[in-house]
Write a protein that binds this ligand. Sequence first.
Ligand code: ASP
Length: 323
Amino acid sequence: MQSKIDISLPKVLVLGTGGTIAGVSTAHPAQAGYRAGALDIAALVAAAPGIEQLANLQAEQIASIDSKDMGAAVWVQLAGRIRDGLQQGDVAGCVVTHGSDTLEETAYFLHCVLPAGKPVVLTAAMRPATALSADGPRNLYDAVQVAACLQARGLGVVCVLHGRIHSACDVSKAQPTAVDAFSSGERGPLGFVGVQGVQITRQLPSQPPGPLPQTPWQPPRGSWPRVELVHSHAGADGAVVRALMQASQSGDPSHKLAGLVVLGTGSGTVHEQLQTALDEAEAAGIRVAYASRVGALSGGDFDGLNAIKIRIRLMLELAAATG
Ligand code: ASP
């Protein structure tokens, strides 16, 4: 869908993938029940008053899902469409509407595989489109402001929610129901957006853990390397790791394990029995990376990334290594 064109305005590509921002209540609008991904992206654009005065919008539907069901197939589709779109000289930036549950995963994936040039902005909502005081229209409006903004270039992929501009590297969903559900932890947001326009207050320090070796990025020719998350906790005895190893050695290629990301306690410490199993996995050629279940750790190979993003990074690195 292409809105009426005003040649004085920048052009922004708006891609819909579903989520609560496109959700429709199945009960009274003040109650919780709703179906995510029910409305198409044209309806979301139409529900954001004044958005057509910010940019000429080209709206396209990529998927219509609850983002709890997100996976690599949609990531690859998004990456391809965004790269093609941004290569057009007249396109200033791109907005992706997404569910909030896995927003940080899609954002970080795109951050790793796309060049950090024109703005790529993900947004979401905590309330469905039909709710009282729905937050989606405002978030979408703000996301378009950022996508059309020259100052937002070179920041990598960002997420715009509740008036804040977060780096894909730092952001995580930190609260299950509040409208202000996203946080960039101690690093804080990259800036703010609202009636005052766009304000960038800090730059991305570096791109942890550095650009992918393969540019331009290509998806794996076969299946993605399997990287699983395991937790350390009271009584963690390594049985989960051994079960994964057993499945991996069963000969079924879909169970072949390539990596493990460990959500350790506190500063990344691991129960001694789980550690024994992890050492066995590493000796068998499985890549093991350590994170914390408390939040992102500073320093090391994955500086500032939480476990879920380290998993994505490992998938990308292992896929690049195997071709
Ligand atoms: N389950 C929804 C989703 O991630 C939640 C949301 O969008 O807020 O698609």
